[in-house]
Design a protein around this ligand. Structure first.
Ligand SMILES: [Zn+2]
Length: 221
């Protein structure tokens, strides 16, 4: 692309032409044009930049303009609502790259599954990530058996089987909960189950470590 811009400028006479900045490729490749392994690699590389405090230049003005034509995220991701777990930030991702869903305890319900299906089936993301994290307040509260009011009680109820299986060990419960979320998705969403069976998308669990900023690739479901 750089060569083309230069050629055009020469043809018109470089002196009189307002210099057009070379349009560097933005990070828009996604959807059907990337496979799961590439998507995982991209996330882990972004996390490395985040850990090192060396974020890429997002070129937001150009990126916003580019995205007016549509989105082509390369991953659908469900993470916890915890304010310390900002999905784009952790992976040093740009706008239009991660189709995000966030709930307390990264659990799913009908509406979140619908959002997830949009990412996987309509936007064709080759990867679906369940992102858990250390020190999860929702899991900790469930393990401690505190009383929850209103709709928050439903969140606790949902996490309870994982807490029980982990005998209320918070770290273990966080991992078991993430596995249960995968099972829940596959049991309740025939759309995602089909996409996984057909090899259109891959589900993986990742875990964010608040302590040092690293994201660990736990396992493929
Ligand atoms: Zn959490």
């Amino acid at each position: 692309m750089g060569a083309q811009v230069k050629k055009g400028a020469e043809m018109k006479g470089a002196k009189n032409v307002v210099k057009t900045p070379v349009k560097e490729p933005l990070t828009s490749r996604g959807g059907k044009n990337m496979n799961a392994e590439e998507a995982i690699q991209r996330l882990l590389e972004g996390n490395k930049r985040f850990v090192e405090g060396k974020p890429a230049n997002k070129k937001y003005p150009e990126r916003r303009a580019e995205l007016l034509e549509g989105q082509q995220p390369f991953v659908t991701m469900i993470g916890c609502s915890d304010s310390r777990v900002g999905l784009e930030a952790l992976f040093d991702a740009n706008l239009g790259e991660i189709f995000t869903i966030e709930t307390a305890g990264n659990i799913v319900g009908d509406i979140t599954l619908g959002s997830m299906e949009y990412g996987v089936d309509h936007l064709n993301t080759p990867l679906l990530v369940i992102l858990s994290h250390t020190k999860c307040g929702a899991v900790t509260a469930t393990c401690q058996g505190g009383h929850a009011e209103g709709n928050l009680a439903k969140v606790v109820e949902k996490i309870k089987p994982a807490a029980e299986k982990a005998e209320n060990d918070v770290d273990k419960a966080i991992d078991i909960n993430a596995q249960m979320v995968v099972e829940d998705i596959l049991a309740r969403s025939y759309v995602i189950k089909k996409a996984v069976d057909e090899g259109k998308t891959k589900i993986v669990i990742m875990k964010y470590h608040l302590e040092d900023g690293t994201v660990e690739l736990k396992e493929a479901a």
